[in-house]
Design a protein around this ligand. Structure first.
Ligand SMILES: [Zn+2]
Length: 207
């Protein structure tokens, strides 16, 4: 995650943590609802998935994602900071606090960033485990040729041999392990998004 450190410890920036995985539609809507009454409108030219921009007269405001699982953003003026920017920051902060999030000082942010990096790496690991396990719930692998077949197939799609009773028993065991892995990975991803600290996550170490 490329983070421009000089930019985020500058004054006039407000750092906010939200108990969600990423900058998705509900979070975008939360910010929108907080700013619209004050006359801010979303910049139609901004198509970034990592940032948001709003304009109000000559004033422009930018929100930038700094971390995921949970979502960490920094908000600040584009150009000179004014009263309308401070008002916008206060509105966003209230909305985030009301939604179960919190605000970070510059110092807290700098301390937290390495954790944000670790959390994202852990989330990527869990997503990989999840997609591998989900595949095992959809398909079976031939122990002889390695080809994948439909989970309920009686014959291998690769070498055409008929699966044996032992193959079926192994498939069933694999499916049950995969189902448990899916449940565990999903629970860990939800915990990461909510902000549960890494040490307290269940199944802390995975290869
Ligand atoms: Zn085969």
């Amino acid at each position: 995650m490329a983070v421009e450190r000089a930019g985020l410890v500058r004054r006039h920036h407000t750092h906010l943590l939200l108990p969600h995985a990423a900058l998705d539609a509900p979070q975008r809507a939360l910010f929108e609802v907080a700013l619209r009454p004050a006359g801010w409108t979303a910049d139609p030219d901004n198509t970034s998935t990592m940032s948001l921009r709003w304009n109000r007269g000559d004033a422009a405001l930018r929100l930038q994602t700094l971390g995921w699982f949970p979502l960490l953003v920094t908000v600040g003026p584009m150009g000179k900071a004014t009263g309308v920017h401070r008002d916008a920051a206060a509105r966003l902060t209230s909305a985030v606090l009301a939604g179960g999030g919190k605000s970070f000082t510059d110092r807290q942010l700098v301390e937290y960033l390495p954790q944000a990096q670790e959390r994202w790496q852990r989330a990527l690991l869990e997503r990989r485990r999840l997609s591998t396990a989900e595949r095992l719930l959809r398909a079976r692998r031939c122990s002889s040729c390695g080809a994948w077949s439909d989970l309920s197939a009686t014959h291998c799609a690769g070498c055409r041999r008929r699966f044996t009773t032992a193959d079926d028993a192994e498939r069933d065991a694999t499916v049950s392990r995969a189902a448990a892995t899916v449940q565990e990975a999903e629970a860990i991803l939800a915990d990461l998004a909510r902000g549960v600290v890494l040490d307290r996550l269940n199944g802390a170490a995975h290869g």
